[in-house]
Ligand binder design. Sequence first.
Ligand code: HPA
Length: 236
Amino acid sequence: MATPHIGAAAGDFADIVLMPGDPLRARLIADTYLQGAVQVTSVRNVFGYTGLYRGKRLSVMAHGMGIPSASIYATELVRDYGVGTLIRIGSCGSVDASRLGLRDIVIAMGACTDSKVNRLRLLDHDFAAIADFEVLRTAVDTAARLGKPVRVGNVFTTDLFYGVQPQLLAVLKGMNVNAVEMETAGIYGVAAQYGARALAMLTVSDVIPTGEAMDAEARQNSFHDMMEIALETALQ
Ligand code: HPA
């Protein structure tokens, strides 16, 4: 039953799929955290795996970079493979170091965007791209139980990695939108359209106004914190 972008068989994916951007990160997650992980797709080298985490069947599959890529994989997972819950585990840029520092974890309750995808869905009206409340609540409770601080709030999903206008950063800060990334508003739109649950959690990998960025070790450690929250959330 392969789809144009996923080569898995029916039933190969668990009901919950964790989604990093990077296919090699998907492989690393499968190797590090899942028992008996089996690769279920590799079309375009966008890898997906299914295995067990503490006895629960979970999948991990990359979504690539940007809304169009993430929307394609999210749509096919939900619409064609019947996946019920998508949890994006990604990185983001901070708009203001005094509010969000390197390594901080942000849970995206909602996502603004400069992309038109949700306007295409809603006859050019605004769509409030929001996380699934139950998954959001579970993630926040799980983070608290694990003693890992998280910030919950609005993020901005941009189509421009390079060349974000300085005025935009000022406006985002003024509206208390403190993190910028490239997929969440699209994934939340797909989830709404096809009746799935979605949540994005993001680690701050860089501070946009200062150019400060995490080194490799910090990246690895903070990533582990976020993974633990995501995996334990998926268990609930
Ligand atoms: N912009 C967009 N996406 C990102 C960034 C950024 O600065 N950092 C991590 N993902």
